[in-house]
Write a protein that binds this ligand. Sequence first.
Ligand code: GLU
Length: 550
Amino acid sequence: MDNKRLAELLFGDIDKTCEYYEKLYPPRDLPEGAKVTRLGPSPTGFIHLGNLYGALADERLAHTSGGVFYLRIEDTDQKRTVPGAVEMLTDTLSYFGVNFDEGADKNGETGAYGPYRQRERAAIYQTFAKALVEKGLAYPCFCTEEQLAQMRAEQEEKKENFGYYGKWAKHRDFTIEQIEEELKKGKSYVLRFRAPEPRGRYIEVEDAIRGTLRMPENDMDVVLLKSDKIPTYHFAHVVDDHLMRTTHVVRGEEWLATLPVHVQLFEALCWERPIYCHTATLMKIDGGVKRKLSKRKDPELSLEFYKAQGYTPTAVREYLIGVLNSNFEQWRMENAQLPLEEFAFSTEKMSVSGALFDIEKLSDVSKNYIASLDAQTVYDAITAWAKECDREYYQLLTRDKDFSISMISIGRGGDKPRKDISSWKQSKTFYSFFFDELFTIEDHYPANVSREDCISILEGYLSSYNHKDTQSEWFEKIRALGEKQGYAPKPQLYKKDPNAYKGHVGDVSGVIRAAITGRLNSPDVWCISQTLGEKRAGERIKKALEDLKR
Ligand code: GLU
């Protein structure tokens, strides 16, 4: 076969050479060890938690090594392309603190390794496809859909492996005359890779996350260019990651199955392979069973969910880094104050089996993070969120800013700050008792305190209350008040001799707490009363007394 003639026949319009592109995109001038990573999404207009999880791994690897993280739009499937998808993608990722150094963006692109949209790279792929044809490593296949379906049926009947390979590869050995004849008839074709003769061999690939992978060699003549000469993922990935000088390909484990194809393509083109990092799929436990997150069943898969709930982007990032790197949590405990960026993110600490996503855990991470912020920062963030997502809450928060700041300040700061708030949406539920419009009775009085005792405790409290009392003066009064009614002034005393008392001081303050907050659990009641002010705190007690006496 005259491969050169075939290459001209198929790609007569290609005027550049491989060398031209190699020169155009020289190896990057980066410090030793710098990693070049990329995100290669299809512009479908939907970006989910799994994308963010992968993007974070890419971003951290590049940015902790002084490397480059770029965005390549994989738009070879035009049916899935949605206008505005790039802007939406970069805006969303940026909201979560993931920013690109180079590549496609809403205004076009930046960087010296573009174009960064695959459709604009058609001539580049065709140049390398032409080179493969010249080397006898690619050939046109004229099979129609029907012929392929028929072949599949036959394979099924004979219990042979499905696919286009070996003796089933109908057009593998077409002569140039036969090819010319098909072309003359105007037949459309795809360009297929000529897989090396199968020898039942296994290949070994080092995966930075999974270690040595041993897998059977590929024997399929996979499609490189579709009938419109636009590449398949396999071919585009190899050409792009080589020419864009990617050092680490971080991608989902669903690509493991076709890794042997990619290995052969790199060999066929005589290129060094990037380091593969196949990430574990995000899973969740549902009814005791591990399963993939689903678009239909799990609202938490959508990134909009986190915005709508008012989870801070930082908390989401912190949480996902913890899912990605098993040693992050320990590091965070030892380095509570350091920014996340200082954590030495690595592929070795990434999980190989399904990574578990747990919204409860996210809430805990978020509580820790929010507890570390000062009141003004929290106020600004909640109001910014509420302005967009909850107008009622926004009005309440901004009606009296000093009041809101005082409310948010309770239990904040110090060595052991309270960890009440997991998201801005949940903060409304938590802070609701501070606003008369939202105040509701959620809990009953402590079960071991009789109605009569509740009344006398609240009456006694009201008559001895002095808004100027310090926290300890206030508490001493409550102790004394309780003791008079038969409640131990210290829980330990009650524990030692439970028959001698009706309860202890905790029950007494519980009655006051329930009257003021409508709950049995709340931050410090003295602090709450100081924030509410003498009048409003007093009114709550009076109202509770009215209800008790009814
Ligand atoms: N477009 C591919 C995807 O969305 C990219 C995979 C890769 O990162 O190589 O799955």
